[in-house]
Design a protein around this ligand. Structure first.
Ligand SMILES: *Cc1c(COP(=O)(O)O)cnc(C)c1O
Length: 373
């Protein structure tokens, strides 16, 4: 299977040998026979049927050999990091990343004596941070909330040259819009809670990689215990069947909204990689096959009043659902970041982040315009 739409629907599906049903059966068992079987199955060992089904689909969608499913995006990220880091090692992270990842690394790695450096998401600044003990480089693109891009291929080749593991958070793009393994990245991580799940009702994470890396990550993953339960794995498999059509609609809607919002007098800046006005639009065209459903903008009106007047678009945390949602980064994802630090990054109270859903684009534009009045 080569085409993503077909992979989404069919890859990894489990056969219902008992009743010949059309879809994967759900196997909730946590206890499996150990005699006469060539593998000891147990949920925490990442090897029960519904985990394997969704992992196979994700590995194919990211165009690599293997995948592991986790109980959250952070479980996936922390397990991947700690699989390759030991006491005395060093990790370099892009500074503009998901707040939860930033916090987790900053607060947890000190106790293991793992050195942490944050820098701008470009190969030159990352290269300047590399030391003899650097083991992992981590990037996230497009970034939250300003949709800045990191040149994936440049960072991947730098890491390869220095024999460092490269890890990317591909949550915002999804495997439909961006496939970092094709650009040389070792490990791709998703918060499945967002686009992969797509309906704002499951919490999960996925990491994709080669068979060889999987053996390493699985070993640590078994010890940290962040595996995904069978029922959620089955829901994730179901969600992924519609991933491509959801993302295609979200790409289209987001571009339509970004173009419309750019013309509104009450909006100062629109940040969307698909707009020719985006400073990295040419990089976006080079490394993304679609520009995604996330955009942000600065308003010249009272942002709190504006979001409270929206009827269709919900002001909630999180993103990636079929329903459009909006959030204020200073009140949510970046609430704990120091104010001067925040303003330096360009994140002010005027900034709003929109996760565009699959609704009718005109209805969404009208909702935004009416709320601004
Ligand atoms: C939500 C999110 C995470 C964390 O995922 P959880 O499923 O909440 O643990 C990591 N990275 C990005 C970009 C996210 O949006």
């Amino acid at each position: 299977m080569k085409n993503k739409s077909t992979i989404c629907v069919h890859s990894g599906s489990l056969e219902d040998t008992q009743f010949k049903g059309a879809v994967s059966p759900v196997f909730p068992s946590t206890a499996y026979a150990y005699e006469g079987t060539d593998i000891t199955r147990y949920p925490r060992y990442f090897n029960i049927p519904n985990q394997r089904a969704v992992e196979k689909k994700m590995a194919q969608l990211e165009n690599t050999e293997e995948a592991l499913s986790f109980s959250s995006g952070i479980a996936a990220l922390m397990t991947v990091f700690l699989s390759f880091l030991r006491t005395g090692d060093h990790i370099i992270l892009q500074e503009a990343i998901y707040g939860g990842t930033y916090d987790a690394v900053l607060k947890e790695f000190e106790r293991f004596n793992i050195e942490v450096s944050f820098c701008k998401g470009n190969a030159m600044e990352i290269a300047a941070e590399i030391k003899d003990n650097t083991r992992v480089i981590f990037i996230e693109t497009p970034s939250n909330p300003l949709l800045e891009l990191t040149d994936i291929e440049a960072v991947a080749s730098l890491a390869k040259e220095k024999n460092i593991i490269s890890v990317i958070d591909n949550t915002f793009a999804s495997p439909i819009n961006q496939n970092p393994h094709d650009l040389g990245i070792d490990i791709v991580v998703h918060s499945g809670t967002k686009y992969l799940g797509g309906h704002s009702d499951i919490c999960c994470g996925v990491a994709t990689m080669t068979e060889e890396h999987k053996e390493v990550v699985k070993e640590t993953g078994i010890h940290f215990g962040g595996s995904l339960d069978a029922r959620t794995a089955a829901l994730l498999e179901r969600s992924l069947k519609t991933l491509e059509i959801r993302i295609e609609r979200q790409n289209k809607n987001a571009l339509t909204l970004a173009q419309a919002l750019e013309k509104e007098p009450w909006i100062k800046n629109v940040y969307y990689p698909g707009l020719p006005s985006h400073p990295q639009h040419s990089l976006a065209k080079k490394q993304m096959s679609g520009f995604g459903g996330m955009l942000s903008f600065d308003v010249a009106i009272d942002p709190t009043r504006f979001t409270s007047q929206l009827r269709l678009i919900k002001a909630v945390v999180s993103l990636g659902g079929v329903e459009s949602t909006i959030s204020s980064p200073v009140k949510t994802s970046h609430a704990r970041v120091d104010i001067t630090e925040r303003e330096k990054m360009g994140i002010t109270p005027a900034l709003l982040r929109l996760s565009v859903g699959i609704e009718n684009a005109d209805d969404l534009i009208n909702d935004l315009k009416e709320a601004a009045n």
